[in-house]
Write a protein that binds this ligand. Sequence first.
Ligand code: ADP
Ligand code: TYD
Length: 197
Amino acid sequence: MFVSLEGIDGSGKSTQARLLAEALGPDTLLIREPGGTEVAERVRELLADPALEVEPLAELLLFLAARADLTARVIRPALEGDLDIVSDRFADSSVAYQGAARGLGVGEVISLTDSATEGLWPDLTVLLRVDPEVGMERADGADRLESEGLELQRAVAEAYEEIASVASDRVVIVDGEGSVEDVHDRVLEAVRERSAG
Ligand code: ADP
Ligand code: TYD
């Protein structure tokens, strides 16, 4: 099973992805986006550099280059080897940030993302819903996108809600506020419900 965690910056994705992967057991691969291959980790460094300015389309294509490499080299082989995958962000991040918040167009970004992954989407996406102000307080604000502030977070949060309503067969919303343990219980319940059904 391929599970992605999504949400605004500071929603608790990294924390919950790690706990979920531990709970699912040793046949689980934990990955993060952008990252997971040598090239994708370098793209990650490039994108997080606050000193660099980049055009929105170029930014999207960098995320997609990282995702294409990760999908072909890591995700597909792992799924073929019957591993479960827990990914800290995946394609919906591009749809929410670049497609909606940056205004490149949701349909356009979905179609380009689909090409980059050759049609691979997660079996289940857990959207951690937190108030943008809570997310901002939690996040350290160090990377380039986070430092752009609350307005971007609000636009991204709204885009995620739209994605969850359009793709309700794949995306489950989980309340991301409260203690780490309580959120983990909710995430695990959502995953178990999906894998049982
Ligand atoms: P994301 O990957 O979505 O940016 P993180 O998991 O890195 O989020 O969490 C951001 C910050 O918030 C971290 O310092 C983390 O320890 C803290 N954090 C995560 N979950 C919670 C929670 N449920 N309550 C309070 N703080 C949290
Ligand atoms: P990440 O390291 O997951 O940040 P955080 O843990 O704070 O949520 O991601 C870095 C930034 O990259 C984050 O602001 C979201 C952004 N991003 C996109 O804009 N598009 C994408 O396709 C992905 C994967 C991430």
